[in-house]
Design a protein around this ligand. Structure first.
Ligand code: GUN
Length: 300
């Protein structure tokens, strides 16, 4: 068997073009557009790249982009003041504070000071509670992107066994909640799980979010399963002639592709969906603020 490759890059392009159409309709009917603000503290090169990509894609779909770059030694109080200012700015509908933050800043305090309505990351405790009780939440972008790709591929997920490997607040836990809402039977596995290969082999849907390169082997995968690889790991290129690091997922792709029914590649799978979902969440936030119905991002 050779797995179908789930093309996250192509899927994210289609999603962004639907977002752009929705933004254009909003501009016509309301005379305003949704705005997304990103706050970056310090000069972490990887974070700078993320923030630049976010700003570029925000503008490309016709939304307004706001960028705040603060020095690495900025006080927690100054950061909280800026968040308060953004919370009260009616032109801004989504706010993301790029993580990780420097050690002298309390990340939980910062995240929970973002207005829950503008919390397009879905990290605020109110949104975590709303999601886990099945209420209208802002849903974290990476799990939302995985859900959209799974629904597109399967139609319905009802009754399927889903195993999520990884229990982070950003991916594992919200992913499990979303799969539960889709009527999957959900297992969250992690570093202490006994006989992880056997647990994974039960999965019709396997979501890998552990941050360990090529960790999940082909023999752990149920034949025909759908594999969603959230990992983005930089490793030394196996070809010594290439000095640039190689990007690999948490799943051993070469092994998995001959067992799985469908699989997301790395790069080009889940990654591009995350920013697209951030834009989608910003439009959703705008619609809620304006009393409009939530846009439906699931392709019909
Ligand atoms: N840093 C890396 N990924 C993310 C993300 O999805 N959201 C935020 N806020 N910071 C990140």
């Amino acid at each position: 068997m050779t797995a179908k490759i789930i093309d996250g890059k192509g899927f994210s392009q289609k999603l962004r073009s639907r977002i752009a159409s929705t933004v254009a309709e909003i501009r016509t009917s309301k005379g305003i557009v949704p705005g997304l603000a990103v706050i970056l503290v310090g000069q972490d090169p990887a974070s700078e790249v993320y923030v630049r990509n976010k700003a570029k894609q925000t503008s490309e779909v016709g939304m307004e982009s706001f960028k705040y770059i603060l020095d690495a030694d900025v006080s927690e109080e100054s950061l909280l003041d800026l968040i308060d200012e953004v919370n009260r700015n009616d032109s801004i509908h989504g706010l993301l504070v790029q993580l990780p933050l420097p050690d002298h800043i309390d990340s939980d305090l910062v995240i929970n000071s973002i207005s829950p309505q503008k919390d397009v990351d879905g990290f605020h405790i109110s949104n975590v509670g709303l999601l886990s009780t099945g209420q209208k939440a802002m849903v974290p972008c990476t799990p939302l992107g995985c859900k959209l790709m799974l629904l597109d591929y399967h139609g319905s997920l009802s009754g399927l066994n889903a195993v999520v490997v990884g229990r982070s607040n950003i991916v594992g836990k919200p992913m499990a909640n979303l799969l539960l809402q889709e009527n999957c039977t959900v297992t969250i596995a992690h570093s202490r799980t006994r006989d992880l290969p056997a647990v994974c082999r039960e999965a019709d849907i396997l979501v890998a979010a552990v941050g360990r390169p090529n960790f999940i082997k082909g023999s752990w995968i149920k034949p025909g399963a759908t594999v969603i690889d959230v990992g983005i790991n930089r490793i030394n290129n196996p070809d010594p002639a290439i000095s640039k690091p190689k990007l690999v997922g948490d799943v051993d792709f070469d092994e998995a592709k001959s067992v799985a029914g469908a699989i997301t590649p790395v790069p080009g799978g889940v990654g591009p969906m995350t920013i697209a979902c951030l834009l989608a969440n910003t439009v959703t936030s705008f619609c809620r603020t304006e009393g409009l119905p939530d846009p439906n991002w699931v392709e019909k």
